[in-house]
Write a protein that binds this ligand. Structure first.
Ligand code: 5AD
Ligand code: SF4
Length: 579
């Protein structure tokens, strides 16, 4: 919710993330970049020893041509962790000489980094994959040849691997993607055949044409890969690579296998204790770096697929984290965001045994780092030491995302959230009592099986008590393999929608009142985006509020400015630069 304003300006995806950002906006941003910063944004990369290598784009393009390496298109669905995984995946491929391109048309390999936390997200992936169904591809090629256009084939090493379905599959009717993405009992989604035909968003972003699979590697990464596994090959036989996030370290090897002639490769282990650390991460934002410090999740909330798709919790050694932060600071990054599904459950695997709160302090103390953010925190592991660290160290941003999910202890128990309403509210009280005002945000699910009107009202009253600065709210979505799938007393869809609308309206009012209090106050804002409108800029406060502001000066992206709030909306602040 908070990110909307800036995402529209900046985009967060890797190049080619069709749902993210608009080319024109990017140009708008460029107008405000510090000299050389654009090169940094698009081309710089860290080397193993922390230095900055020559521009990646140019270098890799040159190497690519020289070595005959291919091109890849990478599109990311879902959460911040997926976005960051994509940065690492891109880094791995770029280091091997592949070149990242912005459209499917140009790409020898097409990779979708997927998300399946709610059904709709997973469905979208299969709709995307449906674009490559051989009969649709053939029809498009025929249409193109009738129009006198070249067949849509890119000739490079990746695309030279003629990835074809086996004979038996080729002679069969192509399996329809209809029938939903759920494999087990329970919710079934219907993806209409040819849905992708009708959805203009699935067209190639640059050319406006639908893509072709001819000669391409089509890979599915991330949550849907882990969840559906080899079933993806049955539903979409034109897919040649399926790899869950716990196996990304094997990606180079898997790609090598495809290059060596293997038709299909999979990486679906989750019982690894390795985290996904790469020598090269292709970061998309030149000032804010994301860093995964803990992967997977052991919490087993009864509605959630993450423990199945991302595997058990694995923390990264504190020394390795701090070493990377130092390199990032040397490369000019001023903000780091520590990521984890339950980031505050971090458990240093090294002898140093650094607590999460100590790690926050240590990261903030790295020379050149001005802001440290962290997300997402789990209430169970959220202790006073974290609040004390925020109080003591200005570089640790005063924002905590602490999802509650429900305000009813009965529903929380059914969700296996491991805390009661009162225990949760105690954590809120602890934060509200801090010397520094802490901005608190949350995630809430409505319509969980068995959620009575009384339970829902308890969620509404929790909103009043918690006074969140922001909340992401969702209708419960039944997910495969999860215990909640078998729970009785499903809530009808219309009722879920009704509750969601009421909840969102209540929260909107809370945010409106909250933000109004801030008029006249001054905050430090990182300049992150430039509006098309003259002298208008956008960024975040340390408390993670979106600030849209005017300035008489030409501001430089990545700089920090002091902005006074002149008016507010429920989702953002409007201000002007002071001084
Ligand atoms: N249905 C609806 N929302 C869900 N979330 C996770 N699983 C589900 C589900 N099955 C929400 C939770 C979580 C956020 C990332 O997504 O609120 O905090
Ligand atoms: Fe899912 Fe619960 Fe883990 Fe969050 S804490 S990722 S909701 S299982």
């Amino acid at each position: 919710m908070f990110d909307i304003g800036v995402e529209q300006l900046m985009g967060r995806g890797v190049p080619g993330g069709r749902s993210k950002g608009v080319a024109g906006d990017r140009e708008g941003i460029l107008a405000g970049l510090k000299q050389g910063a654009y090169e940094k944004m698009t081309q710089e990369r860290e080397t193993q020893d922390g230095g900055v290598k020559p521009p990646l784009q140019g270098e890799s393009a040159g190497e690519s041509a020289a070595s005959g390496r291919g091109t890849f298109y990478l599109e990311t669905f879902g959460c911040q962790m997926n976005e960051h995984d994509s940065e690492k995946v891109a880094g791995v491929l770029l280091a091997r000489g592949y070149r990242q391109v912005e459209s499917v048309d140009e790409a020898g390999g097409v990779l979708y980094n997927t998300w399946s936390i709610r059904e709709q997200a997973a469905r979208k992936v299969f709709s995307r994959l449906g674009e490559f169904r051989p009969d649709l591809v053939r029809a498009r090629e025929e249409e193109r040849s009738l129009q006198g256009l070249k067949p849509d084939i890119t000739c490079d090493r990746m695309s030279d691997l003629k990835v074809r379905p086996p004979k038996d599959e080729r002679t069969q009717e192509s399996p329809s993607l209809a029938g939903g993405e759920e494999s087990g009992a329970g919710a079934r989604s219907q993806v209409p055949v040819g849905d992708s035909h009708r959805d203009p968003s699935t067209r190639d972003a640059r050319s406006g044409r639908a893509p072709s699979s001819a000669g391409r590697i089509i890979g599915v990464l991330g949550c849907v890969a882990q969840q559906e596994g080899e079933r993806i090959f049955t539903r979409a036989p034109w897919v040649s690579l399926v790899c869950g996030s716990a196996s990304y370290r094997k990606l180079p090897q898997m790609i090598a296998e495809l290059e060596a002639g293997n038709r299909r490769v999979t990486g679906l282990e989750t019982d690894t204790d390795e985290t996904f650390e790469t020598e090269v991460t292709r970061r998309d934002n030149p000032w804010r770096a994301y860093l995964t410090i803990i992967e997977g999740c052991d919490k087993a909330c009864s509605y959630c697929v993450v423990p199945f798709t991302r595997g058990p919790e694995r923390s990264r050694r504190s020394a390795s984290i701090l070493e990377e932060v130092r390199k990032l600071a040397d490369a000019g990054y001023t903000e780091v965001q520590l990521l984890g599904q339950t980031v505050n459950s971090y458990a240093d695997p090294s002898a140093r045994k650094m607590r999460f709160s100590d790690l926050l302090v240590a990261v903030a103390e790295v020379r050149g780092i001005r802001r440290v953010r962290f997300t997402t925190s789990h209430p169970r592991d959220f202790g006073k030491d974290i609040v004390e660290a925020i109080e003591a160290v200005p570089g640790i941003c005063e924002h905590v995302h602490l999802p509650v999910q429900s305000g009813s202890t009965k529903v929380l128990r059914a969700m296996a959230r491991t805390y009661t309403r009162d225990e949760y509210l105690e954590k809120i009280a602890m934060m509200r009592a801090a010397k520094r005002e802490i901005s608190i945000t949350s995630d809430i699910i409505v319509g969980f099986p068995g959620e009575r009107e009384k339970d829902f009202e308890e969620t509404l009253s929790l909103l009043d008590a918690a006074q969140y600065d922001g909340a992401f709210s969702f209708k419960y979505s039944p997910r495969p393999n999860t215990p909640a799938l078998k729970m009785e007393d499903e809530i009808p869809e219309e009722e879920k929608s009704r509750r969601l609308a009421i909840l969102m309206e209540r929260q909107r009012e809370i945010q409106r009142a909250h933000n109004e209090r801030l008029v006249g106050k001054t905050f430090e804002v990182m300049v992150e985006g430039k509006s098309r409108r003259e002298q208008q800029w956008s960024g975040h406060t340390s408390s993670n509020k979106v600030m849209n502001f005017t300035s008489r000066e030409e501001e430089s992206l990545g700089d920090y400015v002091q902005v006074r709030v002149v008016s507010t909306t429920p989702n953002s602040l409007v201000g002007e630069v002071v001084g």
